[in-house]
Ligand binder design. Sequence first.
Ligand code: PEP
Ligand code: MN
Length: 252
Amino acid sequence: MNKDIIVYAGPCAVETSSQLDEICSCISDLGLSWLRAGVYKPRLSPHSFQGMGSDGLDVLDKISKKYNLKTISEVVDKESLDKIDQVCDAIQIGTRNMNNYSLLKLVGQQTKNSKKPVLLKRGMSAKISELLTVCEYIKEAGNTNIILCERGIRTFEDSTRFTLDISAVPFLHSQCDYNVCVDLSHSTGNSNLIPDLALSAIAAGADSIMIEIHPDPINAKCDGLQQLDLGQFSNLISTMSDLAQYFGKRLI
Ligand code: PEP
Ligand code: MN
């Protein structure tokens, strides 16, 4: 059992240097160690904000180093993988790419020597058994340092953006030795639901938790409704820490 629960917090997307500075300062003040931030954004519509790309990665690099934070960001193809691998401590593969087997192989090959953590999100319409099967592409290519991430699935229920399958956490733990992350922002699509579900994720045994945060969620360039503001995040971290402590764990 992991004694530490990693909190992957940060904005859906890097927007400006000052935005990221405020966020990193908050994460660091709370004693946490990881920044998650997107720079290559796989958006449904080509007209939506696509992320800042390599300019955003430069910002991410500079500000995360200033606060001594580790970083994770999403890769979408070979070019973004090459760039993100040079800067980030962990690689994220998003829900839309769970079935992009050539990308999974590339990520496995690229991280074969570094054994950098690869966070693989469950496809939004994928069964748990499929997630467990496709992660073998990364393993076979040479990296077993895989984190499986439950980020909500498509069901008939549309009160939330996706349906958070909390049972995936203990079930995955019963099937494999990989660490399991719960992404509370993309599953709910609703920042009001994040605090209660964060506690349920800890109670279910999640090894890490992903939460999108933004200094001004309403004006975020993407995913504003599912990002906590920095005050809400600080309050939540204090409640989560208490529950983690109850289980003999701590947030990092
Ligand atoms: C993200 O984490 O920024 C993201 C796009 O998530 P998902 O792949 O789960 O939609
Ligand atoms: Mn997002």
